[in-house]
Design a protein around this ligand. Structure first.
Ligand SMILES: Cc1cc2nc3c(=O)[nH]c(=O)nc-3n(C[C@H](O)[C@H](O)[C@H](O)COP(=O)(O)OP(=O)(O)OC[C@H]3O[C@@H](n4cnc5c(N)ncnc54)[C@H](O)[C@@H]3O)c2cc1C
Length: 374
């Protein structure tokens, strides 16, 4: 592809915006449609590990991104009483002058990505989606939900877990599945010693603290919720405190400060994995639309960002579109499958309270694998 070609990206989340940025940097024309008319994201944070920092650098975003983020080096695992089990030093994959890892608020990340995509000339339209697609050997005719039409060389569905584009390609073959766990998150003022990713694990459960800025950090904890219960909004803080019962040390201290129901972000965990090539002809899916998993390895968005970069590289390399998409799949499938499966495994072991499970070994293995070039 080159400057004469045009790609439609469906979905303005992390994967869609990074696709728009990466494609624009290669000179390809991009339109992006986002279903939400108010382009907001919820107000918790996200961990971006060293492979993601490297890809942000390759997207040409690192400085703006680091300005909005909290840079840190190490990942540590403690018992829930606070005894350190391991401290894994960060790997500076973007270069020695850049940090290994980053914690960033989703809103700050969204601001950097959306402003950059627009500055680079992506044609962004909000409050609409794709109504129907019709492809032939030279392009895709798209009817949008507002009645307008467009013709594109490629359509990239980056429309998340409940992807409409995935449904258009594969029918109802791939449906999100509730994994049996939910995650609870809550923001706190950052404590000076939470200057790294601190995971806590023990027989009573697990939790983590992630620095997001000089002033802010967030706590997460996962819980086993076999019946996927509905949580009353006025009970969220009390329910989160219950999920942290039995943990000592810092987590117990912070638990008592969880009092504001509106600050609790509760989410049942769901996953889906498309186990065949993520495209048909000139229509493809990336990110959560193709491989949504649980946050146990903190790599879901990382995989969406890597998808975006690899796609832009392959689309501007030699061969037919079919050959380019085949090479994209060869570079992405096993890596995303590993993250999807191992994240689910970690959740299953938590639900089974399996004390033999080598979580530290898994985290080290994941960091080694994701450090490898894509
Ligand atoms: C609790 C939790 C914690 C997480 N923590 C981390 C973490 O620390 N680190 C990490 O790397 N990952 C994390 N993840 C995973 C990460 O959030 C996702 O992998 C990432 O957001 C996927 O990006 P995406 O662009 O593919 O999808 P999304 O971010 O879901 O974006 C999809 C976009 O498409 C839009 N859309 C939906 N349908 C349509 C449609 N029909 N037409 C047009 N637009 C549409 C949506 O409004 C949205 O803007 C976490 C996930 C969860 C659930």
């Amino acid at each position: 592809m080159n400057a004469e070609n045009k790609v439609l990206v469906v979905g303005g989340g992390i994967g869609g915006l990074c696709s728009a940025i990466a494609l624009r940097r290669k000179g390809i024309a991009v339109d992006l449609v986002e279903l939400k008319s108010e382009w907001t994201v919820y107000g918790v944070g996200i961990i971006q590990q060293s492979n993601v920092v490297r890809e942000m650098s390759r997207l040409g975003l690192l400085d703006a991104y680091l300005d909005a983020a909290y840079a840190f080096e190490d990942v540590a695992i403690y018992t829930t009483e606070g005894q350190q089990l391991v401290r894994i030093p960060g790997q500076r994959l973007a270069g020695p002058q850049y940090p290994a890892n980053v914690g960033i608020s989703r809103r700050a990340l969204h601001k950097v990505l959306s402003e950059t995509a627009i500055e680079l000339g992506a044609g962004v339209r909000l409050g609409l989606s794709v109504e129907s697609l019709e492809q032939d050997s030279n392009g895709v005719d798209v009817l949008f939900t507002d009645g307008t039409r467009g013709r594109y060389d490629l359509v990239v569905g980056a429309d998340g877990l409940y992807s409409k584009i995935r449904g258009m390609l594969f029918g109802d073959k791939y449906q999100p599945r509730f994994t049996g766990q939910s995650v609870w998150r809550y923001n706190f003022p950052r404590l000076p010693h939470i200057d790294h990713l601190a995971n806590y694990q023990g027989p009573a459960g697990n939790a983590g603290l992630v620095p997001l800025s000089d002033d802010l950090m967030y706590m997460f904890t996962t819980s086993h919720e076999p019946e996927n219960p509905w949580m009353a909004a006025d009970q969220l803080a009390a329910q989160m405190r219950v999920r942290l019962q039995g943990m000592g040390g810092l987590i117990a201290e912070l638990r008592e400060q969880i009092v504001d129901n509106e600050q609790v972000v509760y989410k049942p965990l769901e996953s889906v994995f498309v186990s065949e090539p993520w495209y048909r002809g000139r229509v493809m899916i990336i990110g959560d639309a193709a491989h949504a998993t649980t946050p146990h390895l903190g790599q879901g968005a990382g995989m969406a960002i890597e998808d975006a970069l690899v796609l832009s590289e392959e689309l501007t390399s030699a061969g037919s579109l079919e050959e380019q998409l085949q090479r994209f799949m060869a570079r992405r499938f096993d890596r995303c499958k590993y993250i999807a499966e191992k994240s689910l495994l970690a959740g299953e072991k938590e639900m089974a309270r399996d004390r033999e499970f080598d979580r530290i070994g898994l985290i080290k293995e994941m960091l080694e694998l994701t450090a490898q070039p894509i």
